[in-house]
Design a protein around this ligand. Structure first.
Ligand SMILES: C[S@@+](CC[C@H](N)C(=O)[O-])C[C@H]1O[C@@H](n2cnc3c(N)ncnc32)[C@H](O)[C@@H]1O
Length: 237
């Protein structure tokens, strides 16, 4: 599915932006107006944006989009939205989407919690992916962590019955916190060993895949000897 035709758009600038190489800037100018939107305070019509009805999956904090692109290519039947505040990361992903003509990714720039609260209807998501969320390791910063009870409840509410929440982290302390908070969310049941899941049956019938490529970020964690904790929950049916 090719990326649809593009129109001139806003430059790759704004809060938090670093200067982009010329080719990245050019592809941003061409394709951001088609592929991307700013987070807004209004419901999102995803089917109209993608130009087709398909199960909707969001990835929170997609960074430079290594996993987003690989998973979208592996799952062309899904509509995938990457959400990120870091504009240079989005610019790299836009370039890759153009280069590889990936048709099933759209991008939102801004805070994923605002997206979940204001743009996504309850029971409408087939999957939510959160790969290597910022761990905020200092105790006084723990309140800044994305995965708190309120965010788990919000994600669970936006998932459809049988929908999947897939989280990975390389930070041991954050992993403990995620396991604890996830276990307390009554709308979710664990589907893999980390979260007390019984076996492979439910995972095999899950509506999204779980194969992630190893990103640059994750390979640094491997080099540092950090274990990767993977969590898979399903929304109760
Ligand atoms: C540690 S990086 C991981 C990036 C990517 N998932 C990976 O595995 O390489 C965490 C990312 O989450 C983004 N992020 C943090 N809080 C966010 C939020 N509330 N909404 C959207 N993105 C967020 C950051 O900008 C950063 O790019």
């Amino acid at each position: 599915m090719p990326v649809p035709g593009s129109t001139p758009g806003s430059p790759a600038s704004g809060p938090g932006a670093a200067p982009s190489p010329p080719t990245t800037q050019k592809s941003w100018d061409r394709s951001w107006p088609v592929l991307g939107r700013e987070v807004a305070d209004e419901p999102l019509d995803a089917e109209a944006w993608f130009g087709r009805p398909a199960p909707l999956v969001i990835e929170i904090g997609c960074g430079t989009g290594t996993a987003t692109a690989a998973m979208a290519l592996a799952e062309p039947h899904l509509n995938l939205i990457g959400i990120e505040v870091y504009q240079p990361g989005l610019a790299q992903l836009v370039q890759r989407i153009e280069r590889e003509e990936i048709g099933n990714i759209r991008l939102l720039r801004g805070d994923a919690v605002d997206v979940l609260e204001n743009m996504i209807a309850p029971g409408s998501l087939t999957g939510v992916r959160v790969f290597f969320p910022d761990p905020w390791p200092k105790a006084r910063h723990h309140k800044r962590r994305l995965l708190q009870p309120a965010t788990f409840a919000l994600i669970a509410d936006r998932l459809r019955p049988g929908g999947i929440l897939h989280v990975a982290t390389d930070h041991a302390g954050y992993a403990e916190h995620i396991a604890e908070v996830g276990a307390a969310e009554s709308q979710l049941i664990g589907l893999n060993g980390t979260v007390g899941g019984a076996g492979t049956t439910q995972r095999e019938s899950a509506p999204i895949g779980f194969e992630r490529p190893v990103t640059k970020f994750e390979s640094k964690a491997h080099t540092a000897g950090s274990a990767i904790n993977e969590f898979i929950w399903g929304k109760i049916e």
